[in-house]
Write a protein that binds this ligand. Structure first.
Ligand code: PXL
Length: 443
């Protein structure tokens, strides 16, 4: 029996390299498991280096596309992207006014590559016609300036701009800070008179299509009744994964890759198998010199991991049983917060580092690490600030001191804390390789 589909309508422009625009919307919505209906407002001729021309679809034809979708399909949310001109804004507003579904307005005005994507009069029409229908409007700092005249640079100006947009009728505002400075990419969400920050680590350089992916994902979450703040947080985290998986489709800016979310879901089962295989290989190596009193665990994170749920580990630990090491439990995502924090702190600095294993500390083993050519860093628990998560703080501190993510991070312990060495690498197999290179030097 076929089930009823959840449908998200995107009204946006075409990008022929399919990194941004309606093609990115389609991929983002489908990556979250929903169906996308795609009403095209204009055909752009562009690539990853620039925008060369724009042919608007006539407002009559946009209207006919909308009519054909809306008279047939039950739409659960709407996202608007590049509308290009005032007349198209009017046509789109008139069609969605009678729909009682969430509407996410991405007020697209400029491509990542720098080209203009709107004609004169768009900003005024967006404000007067479309914002009153918007559940959420998602401008970046350039679009905020074009819509409100406010140059956002600090929390006070962010508030001022958001107030201006809610006065136009938008129920909520998400001001995207991707173009602002700072270690994290912070977006500011205004909703019900409250401002909250939604943050992910900053990725260096521009990525084509991120705004399209984010707004499409928010509309998709809202389509099933997810509360707004939760929808924004989940979409921002998913967009971060799409950015980390971005691809060099052409010679210019890389393109966000929302379908990587599906690939990652498909990869998860294989990652558990990789962990099982690695632990079988390291069991004979984990003798009394390498197995800590508290036992070992191995953590393995998906690409773009942000929370312990994104990291697989063993539900039990690798411990000593008689004269050999044994793993209890099985590999599962979210199994260990402790080892997850090590991996998450490392991959936040270098996304290619996704696996960690803790082993017993001894000065002899640290020397063996150095003899094996591994890069070794350390932290001292006595410097740990109060209230910090030890692993997040310690690993981040050691990385900062080293200037890069090392192969090995150790500490000499503290009150009630066993000293420990952590091995870091891209995959479980690479961690085993490093362990082997240490093990042979202990004899
Ligand atoms: O990301 C904004 C955007 C929207 N729509 C189209 C685009 C772009 C950015 O390049 O090309 C068609």
């Amino acid at each position: 029996m076929l089930s009823k589909m959840t449908n998200i309508l995107t009204v946006a422009g075409s990008d022929p390299v399919a990194g941004a625009g309606i093609q990115a919307d389609l991929k983002a919505i489908e990556a979250l498991g929903m169906h996308a209906c795609t009403v095209i407002t204009c055909i752009t001729a562009q690539n990853t280096k620039g925008v060369f021309s724009i042919s608007p679809v006539s407002p009559e034809e946009v209207d006919r596309q909308l009519e054909s979708v809306l008279t047939d399909v039950s739409v659960n949310a709407v996202k608007t992207g590049m509308l290009f001109d005032a007349e198209t804004v009017r046509v789109v507003s008139n069609r969605i006014r009678s729909l009682d579904v969430p509407v996410v307005v991405d007020p697209v005005m400029r491509a990542t590559t720098g080209g203009s994507l709107h004609s004169k009069g768009l900003a005024d029409e967006l404000r007067s016609q479309l914002l009153p229908l918007a559940t959420l409007v998602t401008p970046n700092v350039h679009e905020v300036k074009a819509l409100t005249g406010v140059s956002v640079k600090d929390p006070a100006s962010v508030r001022r701009a958001a107030r201006s947009l809610t006065r136009d009728g938008a129920r909520a505002v998400l001001i995207k800070g991707g173009h602002m400075r700072g270690r994290n990419a912070i977006d500011y969400l205004f909703c019900d008179g409250r401002m909250v920050e939604v943050s992910t680590p900053r990725v260096r350089g521009d990525v084509h299509g991120t705004g399209c992916v984010l707004s499409s994902m928010i509309a998709t979450y809202l389509s099933t009744g997810t509360e707004l703040e939760q929808a924004v947080r989940a979409s921002k985290a998913a967009t971060f994964k799409a950015i980390l998986s971005s691809e060099r489709i052409g010679g210019g800016v890389p393109c966000a890759n929302p379908l990587s979310l599906l690939r990652q879901e498909a990869m998860k089962a294989g990652m558990l198998v990789e962990l099982d295989k690695a632990v079988a290989e390291l069991q004979p190596l984990m003798d009394s010199r390498l197995l800590p009193e508290v036992g070992s665990n191995m953590g393995y994170a998906v690409i773009g991991a942000l929370e312990p749920q994104d990291v697989a580990a063993f539900t039990g630990r690798i411990t000593r049983v008689g004269d050999h090491a044994e793993v209890s439990g099985c590999a599962r995502f979210g199994a260990s917060k402790h080892v997850a924090r090590i991996v998450l702190a490392a991959s936040a600095k270098d996304p290619s580092v996704r696996c960690a294993l803790n082993i017993k500390y001894s000065a002899r083993t640290v020397r063996a690490c150095r003899e094996a050519g591994l890069i070794v860093a350390s932290f001292d628990r006595s410097h740990e600030p109060r209230g910090a998560s030890s692993m997040t703080w310690g690993v981040t501190y050691a990385i900062k001191r080293q200037g890069r993510v090392p192969d090995v991070i150790f500490d000499r312990g503290g009150q009630g804390k066993e000293p420990m060495i952590r091995l870091l690498a891209g995959t479980p197999a690479e961690v085993v390789e490093k362990l082997r290179s240490i093990h042979v030097r202990l004899d």
